[in-house]
Design a binder for this molecule. Structure first.
Ligand code: DC
Length: 236
């Protein structure tokens, strides 16, 4: 067994707009653990492919691009999305748009792309621990995670949240369009044959439609403390 396996990982998977990114970052900041936003990797790839004129179904070219991109995350202590740089340039604002989400969802269906990004994601497993969010963190990337959460909320609640986020940032937003895009992306993420969006068999499913952000962070945090205590007892 590789020694990195002993480093605790918490996976927070779920559909877009469920708040998993914010919850993960707040937890990581609270614990002083590392954080990986796996969706940002797919977003960067989709965005850079478009900028470089690479077709979104040209798997070999997308994989070559994925291998060369130098991506850094600067987490924000208030839970707002991490600042993301690609080859030293800040792309944070372009990454969060619905257009980039759509590009990401299209490159994310490709097996070779997912395989290329697998080790990049596993490299984030560093001491003292990792909090990571995405679609397949618990099922595929970190199947031996200490705690697997599947965070979900109704499409309407998620659309409303995304609408507010965009408005707050000064972007033009249309609630009906966002809801349509969320439903469309859910269908693609859930229906694809490679690493589809679904809870791991041993995931804890948490519907946060009626919970505040603070309640979700507190609930997950308590569950994690219980898991850490269990593993300490087991190794004694
Ligand atoms: O979480 P997000 O909205 O930033 O994700 C963008 C897209 O990337 C989403 O449509 C599905 C894909 N994705 C994925 O397939 N696997 C992941 N682990 C994370 C994201």
């Amino acid at each position: 067994m590789k020694s990195s396996r002993k480093i605790p990982v918490v996976t927070i998977d779920g559909p877009g707009g469920s708040g998993k990114g914010t919850v993960s970052q707040l937890l990581a900041a609270r614990l002083g653990w590392h954080y990986l936003d796996s969706g940002a990797l797919y977003r960067v790839l989709g965005l850079m492919a478009q900028r470089c004129g690479i077709s979104l179904d040209d798997e070999p070219a997308l994989c070559r691009l994925a291998e060369t991109l130098k991506i850094t995350f600067v987490p924000q202590a208030d839970g707002s999305p991490a600042q993301v740089t690609v080859d030293g340039k800040d792309v944070s604002n372009e990454l969060r748009t619905e257009t980039t989400g759509e590009l990401a969802s299209r490159v994310a269906v490709l097996l070779a792309v997912r395989t290329t990004l697998l080790q990049k994601q596993r490299d984030f497993r560093q001491n003292p621990g990792l909090i990571t969010d995405g679609r397949d963190m618990g099922t595929t990337v970190f199947p031996d995670a200490l705690l697997k959460v599947f965070l979900t909320a109704s499409p309407e609640v998620r659309a409303e949240r995304r609408y507010k986020q965009l408005k707050e940032k000064g972007f033009n937003a249309n609630l009906g369009l966002i809801l349509g895009e969320i439903r469309h992306r859910d269908a693609r993420d859930t229906g694809r044959s490679v690493s589809p969006l679904k809870p791991a068999d041993d995931a804890w499913i948490l519907d946060c439609s009626t919970l505040s952000l603070t309640e979700v962070v507190e609930t997950v945090s308590r569950r994690l403390q219980a898991r850490l205590a269990e593993t300490q007892t087991a190794t004694r």
